[in-house]
Design a protein around this ligand. Structure first.
Ligand SMILES: NC(=O)c1ccc[n+]([C@@H]2O[C@H](COP(=O)([O-])OP(=O)(O)OC[C@H]3O[C@@H](n4cnc5c(N)ncnc54)[C@H](OP(=O)(O)O)[C@@H]3O)[C@@H](O)[C@H]2O)c1
Length: 232
């Protein structure tokens, strides 16, 4: 049975990854900050009791990341999906009104946590069959694509994680680990809002297809959910 670990698995894109991989027969380590309040995830866990285990994980807390890696030390993890992310409140992300503590937190969750996850879970991934590490980034982190300005905090946190994952892909190449960045599209979630262009089903179906087609040569690339490469 293939195994996947997903952060931020209680709602939005993360929850849909759990739903679709469960439906495909994978074993899932579904991580979220507050398992007791994760009603939709708990319902899925009840539906697939042999496949889904739910783990408490705040990705801003490095001690928790290390504890979980230790607790799962015997597991091989075919696919690690760094999905958890934050979008700071708009009022604190405008020129002249920047909320610098929100920026610190966005960097902690969006930029640093994916690397800390990779550091903690590298052995689990290395001993798996697929050896794949995915970080959900955003086109808003693309410098080439920035025509709208603003969103300093979110854009910079995603641009920075793009660079982190690019370096990681080079550093992990000797272990045959494929590290790729994915843009999920503009998706109708709490973060994307109701006007977003695509559903979580469309986004995750597309990203799963991209993941399935990945080859080691793709390591270090930045793809959208539809398989198009995104300019840096
Ligand atoms: N939706 C879009 O249009 C869009 C576009 C581009 C990129 N993305 C990216 O896609 C990913 C998922 O976004 P989404 O749309 O599903 O957002 P969402 O509906 O707001 O869900 C965000 C998820 O991240 C979790 N999270 C936040 N901080 C966390 C922390 N410190 N530790 C653990 N989990 C944490 C949340 O958990 P809680 O419930 O505990 O808060 C929630 O599960 C993010 O990385 C986002 O930046 C989304």
């Amino acid at each position: 049975m293939k195994t996947v670990l997903i952060t931020g698995a209680n709602r939005g894109i993360g929850l849909e990854f759990v739903r679709q991989y469960a439906n495909e027969g994978w074993q899932i380590f579904a991580c979220c900050r507050n398992p007791i309040a994760a009603e939709a995830l708990n319902r899925l866990g009840t539906e697939y009791p042999d496949q889904i285990s739910i783990h408490q994980l705040d990705v801003a807390d490095h001690a928790q990341i290390e504890q979980l890696a230790q607790a799962l030390s015997v597991q091989a993890i075919d696919l690690l999906i760094n999905n958890a992310g934050v979008y700071p409140p708009d009022r604190g992300d405008r020129f002249g009104a920047t909320d610098y503590s929100a920026w610190n937190y966005a960097l902690t969750v969006n930029t640093m946590a994916p690397l800390k996850m990779a550091e903690a879970f590298i052995q689990h991934i290395a001993k798996s069959e697929l050896k794949t590490l995915i970080t959900i980034t955003s086109k808003m982190g693309s410098i080439a694509d920035n025509r709208g300005g603003g969103s300093y905090i979110y854009r910079s946190s995603k641009a920075a994680v793009n660079m982190v994952m690019k370096s990681l892909s080079i550093d992990l190449s000797g272990r045959q680990i494929t590290a790729v960045l994915l843009h999920p599209g503009w998706v109708r979630t709490d973060m994307g809002g109701p006007s977003a262009l695509i559903s979580v089903e469309q986004s995750v179906t597309g990203m799963r297809r991209v993941i399935e087609d990945l080859r080691f040569e793709d390591s270090g690339k930045f793809f959208a959910f539809d398989g198009q490469e995104v300019p840096w």
